[in-house]
Design a binder for this molecule. Sequence first.
Ligand code: ADP
Ligand code: ZN
Length: 438
Amino acid sequence: MNAFPFENKVFDPAEAMPRKELAALQLQRLREAVARAACVPFYKKALAKAKVTAQSIRKLEDVRRLPITTKADLRDGYPLDFLAIPRAQVARFHCSSGTTGKPIFVAYNRHDLNTWADLCARFLTAGGLRSEHTVHIAFGYGLFTGGFGLHYGCERVGAAVLPAASGNTPRQVMLLKDLGADVLVCTPSYALNIAEVAQGQGVKPKDLSLKFAHFGGEPWTEDMRRQIEAGLGLMAFNNYGLSEVMGPGVSGECVARNGMHISEDHFLVECLDPDTLEPVEDGQRGELVLTTLTKQAMPILRYRTRDIAHLDPSPCPCGRTGVRMSRIVGRTDDMLIIRGVNVFPSQIEEALLRVEGAAPHYFIEVDRPGKMDEVTVKVEVRAQDFSDRMSQMEALREKISREIHSITTIRVNVELVEPQTLDRSAGKAVRVIDHRKK
Ligand code: ADP
Ligand code: ZN
């Protein structure tokens, strides 16, 4: 334990509940969740078809008898068919950010908002946040669940919050410098953007007071973590969630930073083969499928997140007993199939960040001009590595191309672009355009 860089503290003792106790609680809550879901016509019908009632749930594995819910089901229920409580009892609405299409309304009652703040407080505490800290939140505030979710989570810990919201990056740097926030909250790509602007202004990590950061909302890699940590002088933690299920707070890293502990007393997790919907072995990649155990306004049964990760049930040195999920490798819907090979944008990022001279700013274009898929990866060259010497740039291009090939097994065209020419993100970065979909 002494090896930890700061005190390992739990927000709620439930995080370290013995597995047996946890399983009993989950079973009881699963029955309650099914009973609540039965108030929603979609589930009423699906449960009747599957011949499942709350009382017929005898063991946790019975979750497999429950109907699956997809994003398309939620879209079909637009705007509020999935509401399980009277409209008058709703305390807040949000929308899923609609990265991949029309948004979906999600609803919370008072009880749900309270749980949500607690669950965000769990991962924030696990990642170093304490009541004496000031948190700079550079997430979009509004329909997106990130801003408000983290905001109330920080307040629940007792910390001070600066609701900076996203955008106007030079101003973010000024606020960070002048107020001396201890903790930064935003998407990892926006953090990179902030680090870059800070550097451009000659602001060094020592000019800031940042100690920790909590990043989520989009996939990122270990190399990206190292770059942001070096750029801003902090320790970065990953957290995961999605609006349909609640928002941020489904899982988050502890001080060991080796996977994100899922709050299993509130979410029942399955990791399934996306094609067969059969469970995969622990440690094998699959699609995360989540059932809310305590949500009241909009309970969701077996939601197909489309997020690909693996689960690690082995004990964690921090003492939390919730299973750990790996980083999200990608979403099934942003997985590119290139000449028959499955490729996630995060694999391309991993390759780029291994090459000295490549900046972590890239954009992937996919097209099929003839019969074959073609991929072009535009990569920014770091200012200090940019050169007028053709041979030098050619060598860099070759290196990147080889690295991408070694990770993805596909050949891509690499196009080097000048520093600061690709769009920067203030929220979730858009990294791919697939012309084949037109
Ligand atoms: P949308 O699905 O429209 O983007 P959300 O804002 O609810 O709406 O985003 C949730 C999604 O964001 C997750 O399903 C996941 O794909 C991604 N995400 C959230 N946190 C992380 C994370 N820490 N790592 C990777 N991806 C994440
Ligand atoms: Zn842990």
